[in-house]
Design a protein around this ligand. Structure first.
Ligand SMILES: Nc1ncnc2c1ncn2[C@@H]1O[C@H](COP(=O)(O)OP(=O)(O)OP(=O)(O)O)[C@@H](O)[C@H]1O
Length: 266
């Protein structure tokens, strides 16, 4: 049987882990996205920026399948999100990790249990192996073994983010989604977290979709930046290219006082 036309097209472009086409997102009468297109290429660290309420989190939720679009198409790992078999959905879930804005850790579980939880849910690995793998992930994000038996409430905000990242990496994903990972961190903690994400991407070939308001992160670690405005992605380009954009929001964002400070620091 020959492959459907869409699958043939996806096979010709294996570098795109995510393809969003003509996305329409609504809550009642409120239109959040209209005619939104976006490609995310394997191996890139993509920053996603836009004013508050422009729909960055809604876009993330749509791509990971937490929100059904009102129109358009989303392909992830070459599969049409709207027509996934159960096996394909499970495969996609295994190949992606998500760090939600608030960390979304289980407060009653220890650090080790939180990081192990996706492996417990998605694999049949023996208990000891899961523990060892979870310990490795915890070390990978720079946390000490003393943290293993602590509960989230006992950790600092930066440590909680690291635990969330370790959990997002639990199943060795190819693609991770980060929703404002450096929000609430002090500048030194934020820079350390940026370095960690960049290193993970370089060392593991991770593709990163990162919503951020943090200009320093854009300059420090993003290969490309997608800008949400006017209900769609108006640009996807390097920060240097965006600095020369004529769009009023982009100009204000990159060439306003905070943008200039980040440019100088880069
Ligand atoms: N479950 C929901 N029900 C109704 N409206 C929603 C829902 N989720 C999001 N919205 C609306 O969608 C719009 C986009 O929200 P979203 O959280 O994606 O914005 P954002 O760009 O991530 O903002 P911020 O930068 O402030 O986090 C907002 O107007 C929000 O009120």
């Amino acid at each position: 049987m020959s492959a459907p036309a869409n699958d043939t097209a996806a096979a010709a472009k294996p570098e795109n882990l995510i393809e969003v086409r003509g996305l329409l997102s609504q809550f009642g009468d409120q239109v959040i996205h209209k005619d939104l297109d976006l490609d995310v290429v394997r191996g890139e660290v993509l920053g996603v920026v836009g004013g508050s309420g422009t729909g960055k989190t809604v876009l993330l939720n749509s791509i990971i399948g937490l929100k059904d679009p009102e129109g358009g198409a989303i392909r992830i790992f070459g599969h049409d999100r709207g027509a996934l078999t159960e096996a394909q959905a499970a495969d996609i879930e295994r190949r992606t990790g998500v760090l939600f804005q608030q960390g979304a850790l289980f407060s009653s579980l220890t650090v080790l249990e939180n990081v192990a939880s996706p492996m417990v849910e998605h694999t049949n690995l023996p208990h000891d192996t899961i523990r060892e793998l979870a310990e490795m992930k915890i070390a990978m994000v720079g946390l000490k073994p003393e943290s293993h038996h602590q509960k989230p409430a006992e950790l600092s905000g930066g440590m909680r983010k690291r635990v969330g990242l370790a959990r997002a990496l639990s199943l060795d994903p190819e693609l991770i989604f980060l929703d404002e990972p450096t929000a609430g961190l002090d500048p030194i903690g934020a820079a350390a977290f940026d370095d960690l994400i960049r290193k993970l991407s370089d060392d593991l070939g991770l593709t990163v979709f990162m919503i951020t308001h943090d200009l320093d992160s854009l300059y420090a670690i993003c290969d490309k930046v997608a800008v949400l405005a006017d209900k769609r992605v108006i640009e996807k380009a390097t920060v240097q290219e965006l600095e020369t954009s004529d769009h009023p929001w982009i100009k204000e964002y990159f060439l306003g006082p905070r943008g200039r400070a980040a440019t100088k620091a880069a």
